[in-house]
Design a protein around this ligand. Sequence first.
Ligand SMILES: Nc1ncnc2c1ncn2[C@@H]1O[C@H](COP(=O)(O)OP(=O)(O)OP(=O)(O)O)[C@@H](O)[C@H]1O
Ligand SMILES: [Mg+2]
Length: 363
Amino acid sequence: MMGPERSVGVALEGIGKRYGSAWAVRDISLSVGAGEFLSIVGPSGCGKTTLLRLVAGFVRPDEGTVRLGEQPVNDVPVRERRVGLVFQNYALFPNMTLYENVAFGLKAQNRSATEVRRRTSDLLEMVGMADRAQSYPRQLSGGQQQRIALARALAVEPRVLLLDEPLSALDAKVRNSLRFEIKRIQRDSGITMIYVTHDQEEALSISDRVALMRKGALEQVGTPIELYSDPCSLFAADFIGVSNLLKGESDGEGGFLWKGHRFILETPVERGPASLMIRPERLFLAPEGVAGANVIEALVQGRVFLGPITRFSCNVEGEPLLLDLLNVAGAGLKVGERVRLHFEPSDSCVLQDLKETVPEGVN
Ligand SMILES: Nc1ncnc2c1ncn2[C@@H]1O[C@H](COP(=O)(O)OP(=O)(O)OP(=O)(O)O)[C@@H](O)[C@H]1O
Ligand SMILES: [Mg+2]
């Protein structure tokens, strides 16, 4: 429907935007490839929406250059950028049918009647709403309205589609199915999408790459697997997924010291205070009688059934430790029991969060 040649990449080069004396975003350099699906995640107030508004053109950067394709667009007004937007509140025209909502932008572009008809029908089909073309927005559920908002944004063939928490008002089940639909539409249409979400799980599940923001700056940009398995900082480890962070010390000789243990690391890390990250699913029950460096004795204090896995909250000399076991493995494990856990050196990651000591310059 839309050839990939119509979509363009986005480049942010040294972007900064200030409100008063506070930087909403600062020193952002990021390239999004044509046809790429990039998610932006981060805590509330970290600058996600501001970044989208800079790309759309509602906000002008105080520093740096925004490019669409090769073209610098700092001075190009919103409507000439040909960037589509979908927001959290669907903002459909209440007095127009769904068909008219989707056709609106096409008519505004003076497309021929035949083309408006064809394209509107195609788009309603694509978002699975063809049979509701003559309904009004108020007759739809939130998820259905969001489908129409998506169709309306895509109708005018934007070169980039920006989505700001488009699913956050919807319940988990609808959100789940719509996110994969958005992904499918992105793949089929080849359009560049930048997708803002609070939901890191959502970002990991549908993105080519994820950009994690913190206080107006980029903390880490990478594939979902990179962010999950190789976080660059304590903040990243904590924000993406669930992690155990053991605060201890690297001895500089391949060991990590924590509560009288000396864990073996995959590769030695410079001596000094650090945290060892172990994902809960990377801890296993140690076989009976096996001794080894990377063994932890823990007391099981609670268990939560999470469907495919059970999550155990354990205690190691006063420190909490989470353990995820497939239900078959965890079936016999009871609260109050003592367990011996082990992990592979390659499944842990030492984090020396240098950024933690940088003085706060934003927000
Ligand atoms: N128009 C504005 N005037 C003044 N300050 C603003 C304006 N827009 C945003 N800010 C500030 O810039 C910072 C970033 O805001 P932004 O809306 O980009 O955050 P966000 O990451 O989208 O947050 P959320 O997840 O809550 O939507 C915040 O500190 C916010 O208060
Ligand atoms: Mg926002």
